[in-house]
Ligand binder design. Structure first.
Ligand SMILES: *Cc1c(COP(=O)(O)O)cnc(C)c1O
Length: 362
């Protein structure tokens, strides 16, 4: 079976000696290796205000915590995402207000979000679902006009571009995940990129109990209780090596995605997803709408190809019952979207096989 997701791990000849070296170096906690990884990551993203963390969930939690999101507040979010986006908001005690998605893209519809902003709205949580990038032209305007900050959950979109720049400096917070199945993995890990130094400094404390690592421990004074969300030197060494391959790997996703964009045009029963202006998706999962999804997925499976919607809409989980509302565009999208394999493991032959299978019908 050609899978939908698969971790890319750098060659053992490079990775294993480096891991061995750091493991026995006498310093495996957060230290110089982490700070070096942050520098490299900052260069990759084009934003040096960046912190490495132990997960993408931690990145989201820190962003919400800096905004002092809590009970009585509202955060506008999308049901079309992986669970951590919304369970993390729930943990703060704030109410999730579901924005509807654009039925043609599955991404948050700016009009719906704008209509749902109230004086209690503390943040807009945008998810670049499956690597497709939200309508940032519209969301930038909304954020500017209303003053409501945007958190970009870019866990699916490491290396996607908006306005020619890698996603990571467009909003007040951009959160990444380096979990096993994401486009770049450190086994587990995450990062958060900022626009301003105050947020960066606040987050640096929040990732380590509220302590400032740059001040001697005995002289530290915790003002706000923080978490234990930092990255460690072992993971950071893996990250530095993985990052050396990231561009090449991401280009494979993008190359395959663009190939499908061309080759699947005009096929009966397939509706391709349009991309918003000035965006280049990272194509973590190739996404499209398909008529007769069940038959489609069965046909693909018979030919050894995984095809699946993969994600459960968030708003129907019991834990979010208090937020339930009508989302007509989401209904439409959720009925027919599907993912097909698109990543670095899909070579030219495999992608031809996939396109031919689809062209034969289901
Ligand atoms: C993976 C993921 C996260 C969380 O990342 P972890 O590193 O697993 O904590 C958050 N949001 C989305 C959309 C994700 O897919």
């Amino acid at each position: 079976m050609i899978p939908l997701v698969k971790p890319y791990i750098a060659p053992a000849s490079e990775l294993l000696p480096a891991i061995q070296k750091v493991l026995y170096s006498g310093y495996i906690a957060e230290g110089e290796k982490v700070y070096r990884f942050e520098e490299e990551l900052g260069n990759f993203i084009g934003n040096r205000k960046i912190l490495a963390l132990n997960s993408g969930t931690a990145a989201l939690h820190i962003a919400l915590s800096i905004l002092e999101v809590g009970s009585g507040d509202e955060v506008i979010s999308t049901p079309m995402t992986a669970e951590p986006t919304n369970t993390t908001i729930a943990l703060t005690g704030a109410k999730i207000v579901w924005g509807d998605v654009d039925a043609s893209t599955g991404l948050l519809d700016p009009k719906s979000v704008y209509e749902k902003i109230t004086e209690r709205t503390k943040a807009i949580m945008l998810v670049h679902y499956a690597g497709m990038i939200c309508d940032m032209d519209a969301f930038n305007k909304i954020s500017e006009e209303t003053g409501v900050p945007v958190i970009e959950d870019s866990a699916h979109c490491f290396g996607g571009r908006y306005n020619g720049k890698v996603i990571g400096s467009n909003s007040r917070f951009t959160c990444y995940s380096f979990q096993a199945i994401k486009q770049m993995t450190t086994v587990d890990g995450g990062a958060i990129a900022f626009q301003n130094d105050e947020d960066l400094n606040a987050a640096r404390k929040l990732r380590w109990f509220g302590l400032d690592k740059r001040v001697p421990r005995l002289q530290n004074d915790i003002v706000k209780a923080g978490f234990k969300y930092g990255m460690n030197n072992v993971t950071a060494v893996i990250g530095s090596i993985q990052l050396g391959y990231a561009q090449e790997i991401i280009e494979k996703y993008i190359g395959n995605g663009k190939y499908y964009d061309e080759m699947l045009k005009g096929i009966n029963g397939i509706n391709l997803v349009p991309y918003y202006p000035h965006t280049v998706p990272s194509y973590w999962l190739y996404t499209m709408k398909v008529e007769g999804r069940k038959d489609f997925c069965r046909m693909m499976e018979d030919r050894g190809i995984t095809a699946s919607p993969l994600h459960h809409r968030s708003d129907t989980h019991s834990v979010f019952a208090g937020s339930r509302c009508e989302l007509p565009q989401m209904e439409e999208w959720y009925r027919s979207f599907v993912h097909i394999p698109c990543g670095w493991w899909v070579d030219k032959e495999a992608r031809e096989t996939i396109v031919n299978a689809i062209k034969q019908g289901w």
